[in-house]
Design a protein around this ligand. Structure first.
Ligand SMILES: [Zn+2]
Length: 372
């Protein structure tokens, strides 16, 4: 923590950070009083195309691309107002999120396009279906690379949002999954895998995926995290996107199959942390009313309360560590010279009390004040 800070911004970039020093002559000065300045938050896992309603899949299906783009813009603006200055969209329809990159008034956006999945597989309706063969997934990855995605998202297991898929089963044969990862790496793209099933997690780690989302170790009737797999995830540095954080909405809870498994899932996340795994929050914003697009500032308190982590550790998971994970560690996630002037100003000290994250005084994205 820097006492009495002065952050110098020039043309959207931080050029100096001082303590107890006067502003240079001719500088435009904004005095935020006793506010605490944090780096703008970085959400490694969002879905701008999902509207955080009770039926995000149905709503998306009923909207054409023009209406969807308007809704996605509003979702991105909501994230920004909530202090989230960078998002990685891990699943849209028709590559729509790519067109929002670089738009003024929006967060910095990285985009995966439609997630690669099997015919009828998890989120097949988003358009990323590949034949589950080596040639099929290679072609799908190539198409994504040609469209200019920033990252490859691949559905290694079934998921809750897609009836008929199975969270406890892998979707692709291991050698096919590996071919997808290899093809992505050939194009210089990182891969993160939606992975609930124990077998899908094992396949993703073995294939050299850069990251995984959820990592719930889902089985047919519970969860089961083998010690050797936890060890392997930590040793290989496979990123764990924990998809934690939810807004308390009266009367709304996660589905019963998640509630029943939650204590074990939290215990397993704690085991991953103790093994030294690299964990980020990655909220999965947009998929449900408890996960609106500005939900990320609820994640640190959950990581701190459930896992017993220090507030400072959890804040890194939504700032500097998250920026590293998505490949922007050189210009996001820190308030330091040379970094983008993405700043979240809050009343109070979030290192002492994470609830301060909700008392937003100001948000800056690339040096520009966001109307909050
Ligand atoms: Zn997701």
């Amino acid at each position: 923590m820097v006492r009495d800070p002065l952050v110098l911004i020039d043309d959207g970039t931080i050029v100096g950070v001082g303590s107890g020093v006067p502003a240079p002559e001719h500088a435009d000065v904004t005095d935020l009083g006793g506010a605490t300045l944090l780096p703008g938050l970085v959400d490694t896992h969002v879905h701008l195309a999902f509207d955080a309603s009770p039926d995000p899949v149905g709503h998306l299906a009923s909207q054409d691309d023009d209406a969807t783009l308007i809704a996605m813009t509003k979702a991105a603006q909501a994230a920004l107002r909530g202090g989230v200055t960078t998002v990685r969209d891990l699943g849209d329809r028709d590559y729509l999120s790519l067109g929002l990159r670089g738009q003024p008034g929006l967060p910095t956006i990285l985009a995966a396009g439609p997630p690669i999945t099997t015919p009828g597989g998890h989120c097949h309706y988003l358009g990323g279906v590949a034949e589950p063969t080596v040639k099929g997934v290679q072609a799908a990855v190539r198409e994504h690379a040609e469209r200019g995605v920033d990252v490859i998202k691949i559905m290694a297991s079934g998921g809750n949002l897609t009836p008929g898929t199975h969270q406890h089963l892998a979707q692709f044969p291991p050698e096919v999954f590996k071919a997808a990862v290899d093809e992505a790496h050939r194009h210089g793209l990182k891969v993160t895998a939606h992975a609930h099933a124990v077998g899908a997690i094992a396949d993703a780690v073995a294939a050299g995926a850069d990251g995984m989302e959820h990592v719930s170790f889902w089985t047919a009737d519970s969860v089961d995290a083998p010690a050797e797999l936890i060890r392997l995830i930590a040793d290989r540095g496979t990123v764990v996107g924990a998809t934690v954080g939810m807004v308390p909405v009266p009367g709304l809870k996660p589905p019963p199959e998640i509630i029943a498994r939650l204590p074990l899932m939290i215990a397993n996340l704690r085991r991953l942390y103790e093994a030294g795994a690299l964990i980020v929050a990655g909220s999965d914003a947009g998929i449900a009313p408890i996960k609106p697009h500005d939900v990320l500032r609820y994640s640190p308190a959950m990581l701190s309360g459930d896992l017993g982590l220090s507030p400072a550790d959890t804040l890194r998971m939504v700032t500097s560590a998250a920026a590293e994970v998505i490949g922007l560690g050189h210009r996001k996630g820190r308030i330091a010279p040379g970094f983008d002037a993405d700043i979240l100003a809050v009343d109070g000290d979030p290192v002492a009390d994470l609830a301060a994250l909700h008392r937003i005084r100001a948000v800056y994205a690339g040096g520009t004040a966001v109307p909050v």
